[in-house]
Design a protein around this ligand. Structure first.
Ligand SMILES: [Zn+2]
Length: 420
């Protein structure tokens, strides 16, 4: 089963106070035939190391809870090692496993085989960075293949291609069988042209409908050049604007694998362009103190205020921060007590990972940025804002405390409070 946005959001919500949430990412190595054994050995090693770290930590704290926690994690790790035997048969997919035996959680998902490595984590939250990489700006995407007689429409979601519907112009066969010759030739030709026009119009209508209903946000067209102009002439402007790109294809002969590869290439190019554009915008907007911010401290603040439209994070961004156990506030200053609600804070080793649940929950567009000296200079983290709230009053600690006790998820409800 491949993963949906909804399921990623569910994973982002999860936490285990005993820190026994296990995240496992498997990226098949190539060449596959010879590498399988190495994969298995690698997974066993990762599991052993994780247990080892757990033993190390458990010396600090003893007790019944701790034993239960260790047993739970061990059971999950054993199951992952057993799973490594099956992973070979499914060589074209990567895999994500999210488990917490203590809370009876075991989720297994097929992922596109584009993960950076096979990795294993045991922590309070599930490790989401590899999923955030996949999500990026991955729109709900339709791939449409057309010729004069038929149209095939596919969904492309996180590397998974599913055929959704087909439109067929059955009358054209009749038109065609009449032939173009003879005294009726001109008439038959006109009929064929009319039918083709109807067919392309029907395809355009279907697309418009799917875009309006939000089934797709963007789409990609695969067809022969001769049919391209005929279809495009029928597209409403709104549908044309949502077209990401085109490739040459004969819908009757192209394989699924080819469709997927061609479409993903187009998405990749579009994402690269989008990322470059967002980096440029965020940095220049920040420079003019407009709709952009750079640097960890400012970006965290904008995230908490709910201003962020798009987040840009350096691929290797690493920074410590603290997180409040009470209200969830994250602070770039390593303070012992939360400046919002006064509760004790916990150190987080990787703030880039800690903010992902927020980002995913709020559907913030996010990109990892690699090898960009300009971006490096501004601190490897930046955001483009929807708006910039000016003169925000600080949140009164007492009020924040009340909200936190009432179960408010910071910053959602506090934000409204803060911007009043
Ligand atoms: Zn707090």
């Amino acid at each position: 089963m491949s993963i949906t946005r909804e399921q990623i959001r569910e994973l982002a919500e999860f936490q285990d106070t005993n820190s026994s949430a296990v995240s496992f990412y498997f990226q098949p190595s190539t060449p596959r035939n010879k590498a399988h054994k190495e994969d298995t050995i690698l997974i066993k090693d990762l599991a052993r190391e994780a247990l080892h770290r757990l033993e190390g930590k458990s010396n600090e704290s003893r007790g019944q809870d701790n034993k239960k926690k260790k047993d739970g994690v061990r059971a999950d790790l054993d199951r992952i090692v057993r799973l490594s035997g099956e992973l070979r048969s499914n060589g074209t997919h990567a895999k994500g496993v999210f488990a917490c035996a203590a809370q009876n959680i075991w989720r297994e998902y097929d992922l596109p085989p584009t993960l950076s490595a096979t990795q294993l984590f045991v922590d309070r939250h599930f490790h989401l960075k590899p999923l955030a990489h996949l999500l990026g700006a991955f729109p709900r995407l339709g791939v449409v293949l057309v010729d004069r007689h038929k149209a095939r429409i596919f969904d492309l979601r996180l590397g998974e291609l599913t055929e959704r519907e087909g439109l067929f112009q059955s009358l054209s066969r009749k038109g065609r069988s009449d032939g173009y010759a003879g005294y009726d030739g001109g008439h038959a030709q006109r009929r064929v042209d009319d039918e083709a026009r109807h067919h392309f119009k029907a395809v355009a209508e279907t697309l418009k409908d799917s875009l309006e209903k939000g089934v797709y946000e963007k789409w990609i067209l695969g067809c022969q050049d001769v049919h391209r102009s005929q279809l495009e002439a029928q597209l409403p402007p709104y549908v044309s604007a949502a077209l990401l790109g085109r490739f040459q294809a004969d819908p009757g002969h192209i394989t699924r694998e080819e469709i997927r590869t061609r479409a993903e290439q187009i998405v990749q190019n579009w994402q690269d362009e989008r990322r470059r554009e967002l980096v440029t915008q965020a940095v220049s907007q920040a420079r003019s103190h407009a709709r952009g911010v750079t640097g960890l401290r400012r970006v965290l603040r904008s995230l908490e205020l709910g201003e962020v439209q798009a987040l840009l994070l350096g691929e290797n961004f690493q920074s410590h921060a603290v997180e409040c156990a009470g209200c969830g506030h994250i602070d770039a200053h390593l303070v012992n007590f939360c400046p919002i609600c006064g509760k004790a804070t916990q150190e987080i080793v990787d703030v880039g990972e800690a903010i992902l649940p927020w980002v995913i929950r709020r559907d913030i567009e996010m990109f990892y940025v690699k090898d960009d000296p300009e971006f490096d200079k501004v601190g490897n983290i930046a955001a483009l804002l929807r708006y910039r709230s000016e003169n925000v009053q600080p949140i009164a600690p007492a009020a924040a405390d009340v909200l936190a006790k009432a179960g408010a998820v910071y910053p959602g409800r506090l934000r409204r409070f803060a911007s009043r």
